[in-house]
Design a protein around this ligand. Structure first.
Ligand code: FES
Length: 189
């Protein structure tokens, strides 16, 4: 924030908003402004913003000429979509039966501790990580399983989970020292 020039802050914020709406306008133009393209449009918006901001959902509804309620209906029906901001890295921990038996709870506990997540908190204060549990990921033979930024990791232990988080943070700092975190996991199943 530019405390010396509040007007500049307002202008920069307005420019950012314009860019966000322009981005959605381009997505709709590329996907086609038919209501039947709503799901791929929402998918693209989420992949760019990491969640579905309310104002952009309303703008998409406007461009598709459909009621905002219809857009919200789709956005809230599919668990893949999120109306809450997510971290730069998303960790899904499988808590299905096979993973639960193999102590997935210990993985969750270790990662929540490493990420300093308070009870009920899913996303770190610095927006680096979001930690969520999911049901069976279909890789029960490799339980317990976690998925980090879309990459699955099998036979995890609390220690290997923490190491993975540390490696991501390290790689992120190497790639962008100014940012204070990121990187992509490489331990495929
Ligand atoms: S229960 Fe975790 S992959 Fe099936």
């Amino acid at each position: 924030m530019n405390t010396e020039n509040p007007t500049l802050d307002v202008l920069q914020s307005a420019q950012t908003d314009l860019n966000r709406f322009e981005c959605v306008r381009q997505i709709v133009a590329r996907q086609g402004n038919s209501p039947s393209r709503l799901i791929p449009i929402l998918r693209e918006i989420q992949s760019i913003f990491h969640y579905l901001p309310e104002d952009l959902l309303e703008f998409a509804a406007h461009l598709l000429q459909i009621p905002p309620a219809r857009v919200y209906g789709v956005a809230t029906f599919y668990t893949h979509f999120s109306l809450e901001p997510k971290g730069r890295h998303v960790i899904h921990v499988c808590d299905g039966t096979a993973c639960h038996v193999k102590r997935s709870e210990a993985l969750i506990h270790a990662m929540r501790k490493r990420l300093n997540l308070k009870p009920g908190q899913k996303t770190t204060d610095d927006m680096a990580f979001t930690l969520e549990t999911v049901s069976c990921l279909g890789a029960c033979g490799l339980a317990p399983v976690i998925v980090v930024d879309g990459t699955p990791h099998g036979m995890m232990t609390p220690e290997s989970c923490v190491e993975l988080i540390d490696r991501i943070l390290e790689e992120e700092q190497t790639e962008s020292p100014a940012q204070a975190e990121p990187a992509h996991a490489t331990d495929n199943i």
